[in-house]
Structures are given as structure tokens and as C-alpha cells.
Design a protein around this ligand. Structure first.
Ligand code: ADP
Ligand code: MG
Length: 246
């Protein structure tokens, strides 16, 4: 068994650094020593077969799940050392998450779904609604503002889910197969919206996909197999991000 002391140091300049993550569910070892750096403003694709540990890695990096072993460092703080309250505050303020099936709140309209993270952060209702409306507009779903998720197409609800993930201005967005349930055209619209916004605001994106066309939107790709990174560089320097700026 590896110990923390044997893990390489968190990557210099990385926004989020994972080192030696291990996580088991019963006898299933979902992660077996996965290490990864996500740099500021970088779009990083994580690919791998079903069951290779991609979602578990995303859950650990975003502070949703605590790994059994290993560390996740964000802005110099180790997530594992934070009390639950501080961790959920950080998640709300600095991270956005999008899942394969939007996971919008079915009882709320599109507008209310997007306004919710702002309300939770203490923004007044009027301002929250205004900003939520702007984000719906940006993603081409303002016309759906008053609809509940059940009344929208898959592509529309994913764009609402993106708006919800980005409305608070997070430093990092975690997207778990965001186009996995969409047809090609709707998938392209969602990816274009995500990539465009992330570039504009220098938001880092960890993008899980097993679609090569989707991975092509990323600056860099890392492959997972059996719960560990097996291809691409876990620690590749932020050169890609720098190149993009040029
Ligand atoms: N909450 C859970 N309970 C039990 N087993 C789980 C859970 N989450 C993941 N696993 C198992 O861990 C392994 C990796 O899962 P996951 O991270 O979802 O992989 P991927 O996203 O690459 O398909 C799989 O064998 C899966 O069945
Ligand atoms: Mg998964």
C-alpha cells in the first residue's frame, strides 16, 4: 500500500491536484492510485472504458466523495482536511457540476433552477433572476425560462444545466458525460456553449467523455484504465493553456 509520503508533490501551478487516489465500494476498487492535475483555464478530457473509474475520479476531485487514500489539493488547501461545512461552501462557490442527465430539479422552472445556486449564495431574488435570465439567453434557452425540465428537450435541459453550473462564476466545472444522452447536433450545441464560455471566463473544465469528437474540444486528454491514469500526462504543464492565449 502506498502512503501519502510516497506520492509526488501536488503539481506546481495546478488549480486542482489529485495524488494517489484510491476509492473502493465494497470489494470494487473504483480508483487505484489515480493522479491528475487540472490547470487554471484548461479544458481537460478524461476518457476510458465504462467502469474505469471516471465518475469516481470526478466525484473525488470536486469534493463530492472523499477518497479512501490520497489527496486532492485545491488552491493550496487539501480537501480531505476541510470540515464538511467549509467543503460544501467551497463546492458551491468555486465549482460547478454537470451530469449526463442534467439533474435539474423537476419541480422548478428553468429560470428557478439556474437562479438557485445564486440564492443559496445569498444573492437577492431579483438579481438572481436577472442573472439567471442572462445565462439562459447566452445558452439559447431563454424561451424555455418558464418551462419545467419535463417540458424541455434533452439538449435544452443540458444547456440549462450548464447555465446552472456556470452562473456563480466557478473556477472549475466538472462535466460527467454531459452529451452522453444527446444526439450529435444537440451534443455539439452543448459542447460549443461550454467551451466558448469556459474560454471566455478562463474556467477550468474537467470533461469526462468516451466520445472522441467530444474529447477533441479539450486542450489535453488523459486516459483512465482500472482506476489509474494510463495515457496522457497526469501532470502536463500548463503550456496548452498558455498556447491558447497566444
Ligand atoms: N456508489 C457506488 N457503489 C458501488 N459501486 C460503485 C459506486 N460507484 C462506482 N462503483 C463501481 O466502481 C467502478 C468504477 O465506477 P465509475 O467511477 O462510475 O466508472 P466510470 O464512470 O468510468 O464508468 C465500477 O465498477 C462501478 O460499478
Ligand atoms: Mg461514469
Amino acid at each position: 500500500m502506498s502512503t501519502r509520503d510516497e506520492q509526488p508533490l501536488p503539481g506546481a501551478g495546478a488549480l486542482i491536484s489529485a495524488r494517489g487516489l484510491r476509492k473502493s465500494y465494497g470489494r470494487t476498487e473504483a480508483l487505484r492510485g489515480a493522479s491528475l492535475d487540472l490547470h487554471e483555464g484548461e479544458i481537460l478530457a478524461v476518457t476510458g472504458a465504462s467502469g474505469s473509474g471516471k465518475s469516481t475520479l470526478l466525484h473525488c476531485l470536486s469534493g463530492i466523495v472523499r477518497p479512501d487514500e490520497g489527496t486532492v489539493t485545491y488552491g493550496g488547501e487539501e480537501l480531505g482536511g476541510l470540515p464538511e461545512g467549509r467543503l460544501s461552501e467551497l463546492r458551491r462557490r468555486d465549482f460547478g457540476v454537470v451530469f449526463q442527465f442534467g439533474q435539474l430539479i423537476p419541480e422548478l422552472t428553468a429560470l428557478d433552477n439556474v437562479a438557485l445556486p445564486l440564492l443559496l449564495a445569498g444573492t437577492r431574488r431579483g438579481e438572481a433572476n436577472e442573472r439567471a435570465g442572462e445565462w439562459l439567453e447566452r445558452f439559447g434557452v431563454r424561451g424555455q425560462a418558464d418551462l419545467r425540465p419535463g417540458g424541455m428537450s434533452g439538449g435544452q435541459s443540458q444547456r440549462v444545466a450548464l447555465a446552472r453550473a456556470l452562473v456563480t462564476g466557478p473556477r472549475a466545472v466538472f462535466a460527467d458525460e454531459p452529451t452522453g444522452a444527446l444526439d450529435t447536433l444537440a451534443g455539439e450545441q452543448v459542447m460549443t456553449a461550454l467551451v466558448h464560455t469556459a474560454r471566455e471566463s478562463a474556467t477550468a473544465v474537467l470533461l469526462i467523455t468516451h466520445d472522441a469528437q467530444v474529447a477533441a474540444y479539450a486542450d489535453r486528454e488523459v486516459g483512465l484504465r482500472d482506476g489509474a491514469v494510463h495515457s496522457g500526462s497526469a501532470q502536463a504543464a500548463g503550456q496548452e493553456a498558455v498556447r491558447r492565449e497566444g
